[in-house]
Design a binder for this molecule. Structure first.
Ligand SMILES: Nc1nc2c(ncn2[C@@H]2O[C@@H]3COP(=O)(O)O[C@H]3[C@H]2O)c(=O)[nH]1
Ligand SMILES: [Zn+2]
Length: 674
């Protein structure tokens, strides 16, 4: 029987070929992927070699958002006193009780609770008894009971080391109990930080003076949201690239294709196009040659460590996604030109000179950067500092050269704030604080919304069509595994998700989407809806009536004031809400696309997860051969309806050929890994 464990108690061993393939079974799809399916030491006998969860236990529960793990009423019979005088009889009673345990039960008590501990030990007893008796145990049952026992033990470790995620760190979601242990420790290590809050002074020192922010004219409001990228012929951009850039405002925009057709210059073209589109080149007197020189520096910075994921394509992708978030939410109208410029800059530079390793890796290896930044947001500090250093290095690349000193200070303050907020250990705190702030959106600071938008754009790919999401995941996993290789070489403990021999990629992606991506996009769309809503409008109207004088008198802002600006600090409101219905329509359409893609991606990972687990356990060649899944077709609704009249308007605006001698944005050298 393939799916049973024999009386000898051993899981059928996998053939050498199977073990080799399980390194990255989720990534058997793309051709040419063999270079990263390296064969490190096989660790099937370690706890990491055992898949953390399976279709019955984890998958069901993850998909239901943990609803299956209602606290189960379990009576725990404890021996009296310690050491218990009646230990032997208590153990005998436990033996009997163990026999009552139903090993196929998947609704189990919270692993962090005493009933959880009780249930895990009874289950282990029953498994052992069955093995001794030679009874067969279904593989699924064996797996999920072992996983459960691991979860219980690890929750105890966390408790005993004072790092109980559910009790002591209120920024973490409290329903992590169904998450497999390795993924849980990755979530804890990566996304939470109890030292949070150094940037957000609350309460008393909230700015009392209102800053004057720009007012959007009614006629422009919706127009700005649906404005297409400039349609004029632009001789700075090759025709093929121009054509591709016409889709810049679409959720389905393919950044990899742009990278290819632009000869490795997607960052440069996206940056340039966004500045032109929002008329920021003119506004801030940035010359094309200065911008090009700065882009060259940035691209070199991004390529310094040859990362598969953290490279200029990622920066371009984040900037393009930020553009959609601005355009499709109506927020483009809530922000001043300077704020929009600062956001685009933050997106473009946010990972420059990334080392391809995590902050924890820097801290654990005591790297020079960790020492320089005292272990605090090591990489993020490095990115922002590098971006400003590059501006100041001369060689005609200072795109902020013509800024007034107030504008420079404001832009710098916002950029620093946004880039530091991309540190993933701020994630749970950021989401929690935003959820709280949205209970009173009139007090919401714009800088907090800007930070959330950049952070969301930074982790956007699980909400993009599967082929894009899959490519990004593949790249990220390669980078994680390379870090794991370095850790192995340095004899450090391998970071979660970095062990190429045991990481369950599909499963980790399911958890990432469920626990990180969904809550982030939910709160982001909540933010968009609330700020554009009636409640905000009423508050602004009444505040403007009460405080006309104060508003008029408010003038220059310090950097701190800039960060404290609120959405309702506007001098006029009538125009902002005039087109509310249309804005909401556009917003909801995009929300639907985003969640449709996310759900589709979850389904694909779920299929792959089943295959990953099968490869680990069944020892069946036929299964191993089936490692690649055929992804479901993408839902048609994620693509825009075809252009009316069957014409492709994009083509019409293109110059027939680019015979001009004018300088183009292309550089001959291919500058990014593809
Ligand atoms: N596990 C997982 N992590 C991701 C995924 N996408 C982004 N991340 C992490 O989220 C981080 C966001 O900031 P970075 O771009 O520096 O690095 C990113 C990765 O570490 C994903 O699909 N899966
Ligand atoms: Zn990033």
């Amino acid at each position: 029987m393939k799916d049973q464990v024999s009386a000898a108690g051993s899981i059928p061993r996998r053939s050498r070929r199977q073990r080799k393939r399980s390194n990255l079974t989720a990534f058997s799809e793309p051709p040419g992927s063999s270079h990263y399916r390296r064969n490190g030491p096989c660790s099937t006998s370690s706890s990491k070699g055992v898949p953390n969860t399976g279709p019955i236990f984890s998958h069901q529960i993850l998909v239901n958002g943990g609803q299956n793990v209602n606290p189960v009423e379990t009576k725990v019979d404890l021996p009296n006193g310690y050491p218990p005088h009646n230990l032997r009889s208590w153990q005998e009673a436990r033996m009997r009780k163990a026999e009552e345990a139903d090993l196929s039960d998947t609704v189990l008590p919270d692993p962090a609770s005493l009933p959880g501990l009780d249930s895990a030990s009874l289950r282990l007893r029953k498994l052992l008894n069955n093995l001794k008796r030679g009874s067969e145990i279904p593989t699924d049952a064996l797996r999920h009971n072992l996983e459960y026992a691991i979860s219980v033990m690890e929750m105890n470790i966390l408790k005993n080391t004072g790092s109980d995620v559910t009790a002591s760190d209120d920024e973490m979601p409290t329903n992590l109990s169904p998450v497999p242990p390795e993924i849980k420790s990755w979530l804890v290590q990566t996304f939470s930080n109890s030292k949070i809050g150094t940037h957000s002074k609350k309460g008393k020192d909230r700015r009392s003076l209102r800053s004057v922010v720009h007012v959007v004219r009614a006629s422009l409001f919706v127009d700005r949201m649906i404005r297409k990228s400039p349609s004029d012929r632009n001789n700075d951009i090759p025709p093929q690239v121009q054509m591709h850039l016409k889709n810049l405002d679409k959720w389905t925009f393919d950044i990899f294709e742009l990278e290819e057709i632009s000869n490795g210059n997607s960052l440069k073209y996206v940056f340039y196009q966004l500045l032109v589109k929002f008329e920021l080149m003119k506004k801030f007197k940035i010359s094309v040659s200065t911008l090009l020189a700065y882009c060259d520096k940035l691209q070199r910075g991004y390529n310094k460590h040859n990362n598969r994921y953290h490279n200029p394509i990622h920066a371009a992708d984040v900037a393009q996604t930020l553009n959609i978030l601005l355009m499709k939410s109506g927020f483009v109208n809530w922000f001043s030109d300077l704020e929009i410029f600062s956001m685009i800059m933050a997106a473009i530079i946010h990972d420059v000179e990334h080392t391809g390793t995590t902050n924890n890796f820097h801290i654990n290896t005591r790297s020079p950067l960790a020492q320089l930044y005292n272990d605090k947001s090591v990489l993020e500090n490095h990115h922002i500092s590098t971006a400003f250093r590059m501006l100041n290095e001369g060689e005609g690349c200072d795109i902020l050269r013509n800024f007034s000193s107030e504008d420079y200070q404001e832009c710098r303050a916002l950029m620093v704030e946004m880039v530091l907020a991309t540190d993933m250990n701020q994630h749970f705190g950021q989401i929690k604080r935003m959820n709280q702030a949205l209970k009173k959106p009139e007090n919401l600071e714009k800088s907090k919304a800007m930070c959330l938008m950049i952070h969301t754009a930074d982790i956007n790919h699980p909400t993009k069509p599967w082929p894009l999401h899959y490519k990004w995941t593949e790249r990220l996993v390669v980078e994680f595994f390379e870090q794991g290789d370095k850790e192995r070489e340095l004899q450090l403990q391998l970071s979660p998700l970095c062990d190429r021999n045991s990481t369950m990629v599909a499963q980790s992606q399911i958890s990432f989407i469920d626990y990180v991506i969904k809550p982030t996009f939910n709160v982001l769309f909540d933010l968009f809806t609330k700020v554009n809503g009636r409640e905000m409008r009423d508050v602004i109207v009444s505040m403007n009536q009460q405080n006309k004088e104060e508003t008029q008198n408010s003038s220059g802002s310090t950097a701190n004031d800039v960060l404290k600006r609120r959405f309702c600090d506007v001098t006029s409101v009538s125009s902002t809400f005039e087109n509310a219905e249309q804005v909401m329509g556009i917003l909801n359409e995009n929300k639907d696309t985003c969640f449709l893609c996310m759900d589709h991606n979850l389904k694909q990972w779920t299929k792959k997860n089943e295959i990953e687990i099968a490869n680990m356990f069944l020892g069946d060649d036929a299964f191993t051969e089936a490692a690649a899944i055929v992804p479901d077709p993408l839902p048609a609704a994620i693509y825009d309806p075809p252009p009316q009249n069957g014409t492709n308007k994009g083509n019409e605006n293109l110059p027939k050929s680019n015979t001009t001698t004018k300088r183009t944005l292309d550089s001959p050298k291919k500058s990014g890994p593809s």
